[in-house]
Design a protein around this ligand. Structure first.
Ligand SMILES: Nc1nc2c(ncn2[C@@H]2O[C@H](COP(=O)(O)O[C@H]3[C@@H](O)[C@H](n4cnc5c(=O)[nH]c(N)nc54)O[C@@H]3COP(=O)(O)O)[C@@H](O)[C@H]2O)c(=O)[nH]1
Length: 718
């Protein structure tokens, strides 16, 4: 008994603590106070402690080491034999005997209870004031330590919670079970615009004023229900928080019940944060992905969505839906000649005008480039669609003022209808697009309704396009040559190279059909270059074979002139085949030159400097403008076939042809007439002093092999 050294002898110890117990490692009772032995019959020396007692407090397992770790705690031990007899005291380890000492006394509330347990005062400690004090002091100190530790722990936990709640970015509000605010952190104070002091005791819905972001309906019912349900629930999303002293913000958050042990749910904690920025960003991204960045009109994605909705509604109400596919006429010319900025400004103004003619229920969308689509829904009468199309053409008629320029523009519109033309969004769009092409080919600035024959044409066209892509590689292209006859010498003075396509799939396809497709798809660039190369090669071959030098004319498309480095391409092929530039004539139609005047002018000037002969082809159709004749650096004017054909039948046409020849001569231009098929035409052309002639009368276009024979026959037409 050395570690528990109270300075008492063993006898005196037994006398001093009549309720003590000594337990070995196995928790067997090795010694017990005499009063304890007397009052607890189940207690036997050498038997297990658990046969007679159970430890009420602290909550420790019946394990020697675990009890050892709680020796600083106040122990409450209940007797299994005597009901309501509890001993309070402390467990102490005596290291020398490796035993646990329980030093305690019965837990009584009043002296009267002594009798009930058959106890007498002298059952208690020897009235040694020092030992009593020591015991009292020790056990009280242990209890005090316990309480202090608990209080410190609680204070620390509270502080930790305060600091944590104060420093997190989320707003936190706690409520009682009745839904009255009991706590708010600083973030919550700022977000709701109320101090914790003012908010405490108020109902949650009075402090956290939540409304639906779109309908602005109050979410108070939701909050009340959440409190009632006592389960974790997310706030309706996105909810808008109305602040007492600031702009509303959009929040998201959770409501979670606070569990109070046996007491069950004692309140709710609401954690929320501001997602206004995120929401704003989401909206922005949403807008960007569904709208055109330049005009801010809906884009194809949103349009398709709206078409689906419009069709669904039309199906319910037995109405029609119309798609007006609109393409600006010659927008590219403005864009290329005045620059993209002017083009962009113009598109914005067009967007504004288009938006001004539609109803609120309709949609104007920009598909990209100069293509717009108008979705007109809820149509009961067919005439209404034509009226809208007319309105659109009209609204674009007034000139646009952009960056100091006054620009006139028109549009071609194709119209498809649900349910007549299709019930599917893509097909409806495709049909409107086809109809738009029809409008373009009918002279622009008009509208056309889709009809089924257009679809067939489109399919054929698509098939031609894919075959054309392979034509060069498969060597399906060939040049034919049509002679040009000089009307003074009556000799062939040159040829025009005309392309021919013998398609594997489609047979002989005339250039009128495939050149426009090649121009639209850009295939004209490789095809045009092939024409240049093949012409140069052929000229070189004829020269090598000893024929007189014969200039050959090549037809040049707009894209070749404006989008390729035509000069260098030509010069490169001249070098490759070793022929001079004077043997190449270049033919441009009026439309090619006028669509992009400045670029065309620059290109023509450098081509002229390089020594090429430049011809205006098909003069008389299209613009028929004499104004530019003296401005372009051209050498030859070719009168269109239609004038030649009608000159002999129509007096007016004859006068015009005569005037054109005279004017050209005044301007020092040579004149050639194409499409001469009859002797009358030829005589007439000679009479009016036309310089050269080309046409079936002289010869149809022929392959290179036939040209030799033609030249060998020393053709001379009198
Ligand atoms: N960019 C390119 N365009 C080309 C090229 N090759 C031809 N074309 C253009 O295609 C159009 C049609 O050409 P084509 O079918 O060859 O018709 C030409 C002649 O065959 C035809 N012609 C000639 N004489 C007569 C005639 O007496 N009667 C009659 N009915 N037709 C006749 O006229 C066309 C000549 O066209 P052009 O001199 O160019 O105006 C046509 O627009 C070609 O330009 C090419 O390589 N590149």
């Amino acid at each position: 008994m050395s570690a528990i050294d109270f300075g008492l002898s063993a006898d005196l110890f037994a006398e001093a603590f009549p309720f003590h117990l000594v337990l070995n490692r196995k928790l067997e009772v090795v010694q017990a106070g005499r009063s304890l032995c007397r009052h607890c019959p189940g207690l036997e020396i050498g038997k297990s402690f658990s046969r007679a007692f159970r430890i009420q407090r602290p909550e420790v397992a019946l394990d020697f080491l675990e009890i050892c770790s709680s020796t600083h705690k106040l122990f409450l031990i209940g007797s299994l034999d005597v009901q309501d007899l509890f001993l309070k005291g402390q467990m102490m380890l005596d290291e020398s005997s490796d035993c646990l000492y329980f030093i305690g006394s019965p837990w009584l509330h009043a002296n009267t209870e002594l009798k009930q347990f058959g106890l007498k005062l002298n059952d208690f400690a020897l009235h040694d004031p020092a030992a009593d004090f020591l015991l009292l002091f020790k056990s009280n100190k242990a209890a005090l330590d316990d309480t202090t530790q608990l209080a410190t722990k609680l204070r620390e936990e509270k502080e930790w919670a305060q600091v944590t709640l104060g420093s997190i970015g989320d707003g936190v509000i706690a409520t009682s079970i009745e839904g009255r605010v009991t706590y708010m952190n600083q973030v919550a104070e700022q977000m709701v615009g109320l101090s914790q002091y003012k908010a405490k005791g108020q109902l949650l819905e009075q402090v956290l004023k939540l409304v639906d972001e779109i309908s602005q309906h109050s979410h108070a019912d939701f909050l009340r229900q959440a409190l009632k349900d006592k389960r974790s629930v997310a706030m309706p999303s996105p909810a808008m928080l109305l602040q007492t002293n600031g702009a509303p913000c959009v929040i998201e958050g959770m409501l979670t019940p606070i569990q109070g042990g046996q007491a069950g749910t004692i309140g709710m904690v609401i954690v929320f944060h501001d997602i206004s920025d995120r929401q704003h960003l989401i909206r922005q991204l949403e807008f960007q992905s569904t709208h055109d960045h330049l005009t801010h009109l809906p884009n194809r994605l949103l349009l398709c969505d709206r078409i689906v909705q419009a069709i669904a509604q039309a199906r319910r109400h037995i109405e029609q839906v119309a798609l007006l596919f609109l393409d600006l006429d010659r927008f590219k010319t403005i864009n290329d000649s005045l620059g993209h900025q002017v083009g962009d400004q113009l598109l914005k103004l067009v967007a504004e005008r288009l938006s001004s003619v539609i109803r609120e229920t309709d949609t104007v969308c920009r598909l990209g480039g100069d293509e717009f689509v108008l979705l007109v829904a809820e149509i009961e009468q067919h005439e209404f669609i034509s009226q809208v199309a007319e309105k659109v053409l009209n609204v674009l008629r007034a000139p646009f003022h952009v960056s100091g320029y006054v620009l006139s523009i028109s549009a071609s519109i194709g119209i498809s209808l649900y349910p007549d033309d299709a019930a599917d969004v893509d097909v409806l769009l495709k049909h409107a697009d086809l109809a738009m092409y029809q409008a373009k080919s009918r002279g622009r600035n008009n509208f056309q309704f889709f009809d089924a024959t257009m679809d067939l044409r489109a399919a054929r066209r698509l098939s031609l396009e894919s075959s054309l892509r392979a034509a060069l590689e498969r060597e399906e292209l060939q040049l034919y040559y049509q002679p040009k006859l000089d009307l003074i010498s009556h000799r062939v003075v040159g040829f025009e190279a005309l392309i021919r396509w013998h398609s594997h799939e489609h047979g002989a396809v005339p250039p009128d059909r495939f050149i426009p497709i090649a121009e639209e798809t850009g295939l004209i660039m490789p095809i045009g270059e092939w024409v240049i190369d093949e012409t140069c090669r052929q000229i070189a071959q004829w020269r090598a074979e000893g024929y007189d030098d014969m200039p050959v004319a090549i037809n040049i498309s707009l894209i070749q002139l404006t989008r390729t480095d035509l000069e260098n391409t030509l010069v490169g092929h001249l070098h490759k085949h070793g022929i001079p530039s004077r043997l190449i004539e270049l033919e441009f139609t009026e439309s090619v030159l006028l669509q992009d005047f400045e670029t065309a002018m620059d290109a023509l000037q450098s081509l002229r400097r390089l020594g090429f002969t430049l011809t205006i082809d098909d003069f008389g159709v299209g613009y028929s403008s004499l104004n530019y004749l003296n401005r372009f650096p051209i050498n030859v004017l070719k009168i269109d076939r239609s004038f030649v054909t009608s000159a002999c039948e129509d007096q007016d046409a004859a006068i015009i042809v005569q005037a054109v020849v005279n004017l050209s001569h005044d301007l020092k231009l040579s004149v050639i007439a194409e499409g001469c098929e009859t002797v009358e035409q030829l005589d007439y052309l000679k009479r009016i002093a036309c310089d050269q002639v080309q046409g079936y009368l002289i010869s149809r276009p022929m392959p290179a092999a036939d040209v030799r024979q033609f030249l060998d026959s020393d053709y001379l037409y009198q």
